[in-house]
Design a protein around this ligand. Structure first.
Ligand SMILES: [Zn+2]
Ligand SMILES: [Zn+2]
Length: 117
């Protein structure tokens, strides 16, 4: 098999935190960890609600003590990059999308969401 991932139509993947399954819950193409670690947002989905160019330029988190090490991107399996959104850290794959731990979504949207109205 050499077809690569199905972009945009992916229905499942591997959680970068626990290694378990992440599956679509029908919301905006995201994939959610079965045991609640967090959510994966494919780039084409998150681009509709945040300013992706700004997300890509988010400051890197170089602080020591990150408990997880470089988590693998569910799509390309490369280590994701740690970036900062206000006080929270998130994991970014510049080509594929981003991972938000449980409860980080609102703060992330607050930091990078498109202005409303
Ligand atoms: Zn998990
Ligand atoms: Zn990737």
């Amino acid at each position: 098999m050499d077809e690569g991932p199905y972009r945009g139509g992916m229905q499942s993947g591997i959680c970068p935190r626990c290694g378990g399954a992440i599956e679509s819950d029908g919301e905006m193409g995201r994939l959610v960890c079965a045991v609640g670690c967090g959510e994966w947002y494919p780039r084409e989905a998150i681009e509709t609600i945040v300013q992706w160019e700004r997300v890509k330029l988010a400051p890197a988190d170089l602080a020591a003590g990150w408990p997880w090490g470089g988590a693998p991107c569910p799509i390309c399996r490369q280590d994701m990059k740690f970036r900062l959104a206000q006080q929270m850290r998130f994991d970014l794959c510049p080509t594929d999308g981003l991972w938000l731990d449980a409860g980080e979504y609102e703060e992330f949207i607050e930091a990078y969401g498109r202005p409303r109205r």
